[in-house]
Design a protein around this ligand. Sequence first.
Ligand code: ATP
Ligand code: MEV
Ligand code: MG
Length: 385
Amino acid sequence: MEVRARAPGKIILAGEHAVVHGSAAVAASIDLYTYVSLRFPTPADNDETLTLQLKDVSLEFSWPVARIKEAFPNSETQIPPSSCSLETLKLIASLVDEHNIPEAKIGLAAGVTAFLWLFTSIHGCKPAKAVLSSELPLGSGLGSSAAFCVALSAAILALSDSVTMDFSHQGWQVFGENELELVNKWAFEGEKIIHGKPSGIDNTVSTYGNMIKFKSGALTRLKTNMPLKMLITNTKVGRNTKALVASVSERTLRHPTAMASVFTAVDSISSEVAAIIQSPVPDDLAITEKEEKLEELMEMNQGLLQCMGVSHASIETVFRTTLKYKLSSKLTGAGGGGCVLTLLPTLLSGTVVDKVIAELETCGFQCLLAGIGGNGVEILFSGTS
Ligand SMILES: Nc1ncnc2c1ncn2[C@@H]1O[C@H](COP(=O)(O)OP(=O)(O)OP(=O)(O)O)[C@@H](O)[C@H]1O
Ligand SMILES: C[C@@](O)(CCO)CC(=O)[O-]
Ligand SMILES: [Mg+2]
């Protein structure tokens, strides 16, 4: 039996980092996906290994099931989802270390560790092969780690006794509410291994899709009929979400009162963004007014992200370049490089869009226009298409 899962990446319209400290944030899924296919070998395959193939980085990790049992003999399936203890994390890390990941790609170790934790927690020590590939740039603020964890959790759960699935369904299918909740909880445990202290917004928007407001672990689904077009510029400056989240926490420890005010301001910005997006749009004039308000809020949010210390020279370059065309931008995701969002108003001419993209690309950046607010995680059983 083989299952495929796909989970979308995301953009954060307002509230990254502050959301880790209890403020509201607003996020939307984008139509770029991480795909996982998972299958158990048949007896004829005579395969006793657990394998993870990471196509984007051309690496494959494989362990004899007996080696996994030897490494953590007390492992047992964990239903409902639970956190990976420090002791187990060390045992899994020793299995990952056996693969001598090149130093330049060491960031991948956390993802491989998350895979081993998710798989063995749900299925125990069983042979299987997972193949993973993504349309998302890795470590760029578009939620690649969350899409990785959500797609893996969905595929692993779909072949488990924890969920009831319709194996005969043709094409991509969505989970029921209870199954989505389970996928999201497991994905959050995976994100914890990769990020250290995630708020849960990235795995939640990748699981449920569309547009969400997220505050202190609670999800509100946003209903909108406002057309929202964003240019996504990848500065291609590499960064690591775990380190950036930790740096904001350290700044908060040094300046608790000032940072509390910053987080409160971001909370108000996110609430206003959510309200604007949800209010009805009777005509073009109303759309233009709403877009102008969103642009101002994006600029304010970017200023506060600068206060948190997570902007970057490359992000400032995108900000200034787009401002020349009277367009507003803010970083999205953890910052420190990665991707920047620019609101493209409905009445903006295609010529201006082409010009701004051309100028950003001469700076060495990469621009993309992704669809916003599509479905969350979906699965497909083999034999259907
Ligand atoms: N397709 C993939 N193949 C292998 N590892 C992946 C893949 N996608 C994500 N990862 C894992 O996620 C890590 C990147 O996560 P990180 O949180 O730093 O960035 P991001 O999720 O893209 O950005 P943000 O958290 O700001 O949205 C990688 O180092 C790797 O461990
Ligand atoms: C920086 C952050 O706020 C968003 C990363 O996409 C981290 C998190 O919420 O887990
Ligand atoms: Mg991430």
